[in-house]
Design a protein around this ligand. Sequence first.
Ligand code: NAP
Length: 245
Amino acid sequence: MVHNGKVVIVTGASKGIGRAISHKLASLDFNLMLVSRDLSSLNKVKSEISSLGGGEIEVLSCDLTQEDEIQNLVEKTLERFEKIDVLVNNAGVGRFKRVDDFTLDDYDFMFDLNVKGLFLLTKYIIPYLITQKSGHVINISSIAGKNGFKSGSLYSASKHAVQGFTWSLREDVKEFGIKVTAVCPGSVLTRFGGKKAENVDWSLEPEDVAHAIGFLVTESDYVNTAEIIIKPRYNPRTVNWETRI
Ligand code: NAP
């Protein structure tokens, strides 16, 4: 099979939305560097997707809150594939409480990954994309980056930071032919944030977000879709969701 030759880093690829994105991109013949902290789950995803398309699949354990591990990820990806075409900044965490119950640890937990990790990985990849004069940074933000909601103050603040970062990044790099996109899903059926049963009937499936990523990476070179907001409708497939995800 002839693959398309493009290289994508997917963070948070071990489960949830990142796993679904990895399935979609493998089926579109991309070469993939799949990243999270849990190597055995990454290898499981690799075995699920390796026969879907013609691209090469690599996995790497990386704690995206650690600058040295992020630098190692960029080096290892370039060693293995010699270029990077798309970065999908998907890894993210959430904790949900009333504001006076949040601690500094909760703040660091969310901001260290959702904001600092996303910033650092982007920072270390952008010089290569500028040299190439092409590339695409796709940030998985959230509806929480557009609105506030009960018990979501810190998570929403972290995703608003992702939104501001994304909009400004586009202005920094558009002259170099680099695309930048924010993807803002509503609730998605994953184990994110210790998800509970309420409102799962109004949830997206991880594959719905992956579908949007597939759209973004197959657009014409001269198009930069800046933002995609994905809202759920009533989802009858949520029956027995806890045993499915
Ligand atoms: P998930 O199922 O909990 O997956 C989170 C991923 O992030 C896992 O692969 C996890 O892998 C990785 N991760 C966590 N901490 C990490 C770290 N320190 N270093 C590297 N990787 C780390 O969550 P999800 O629902 O797929 O969420 C993915 C993204 O979508 C997040 O940015 C989230 O904010 C956003 N989002 C989610 C929803 C939703 O309702 N689920 C809605 C809108 C937006 P390891 O544990 O193996 O490290």
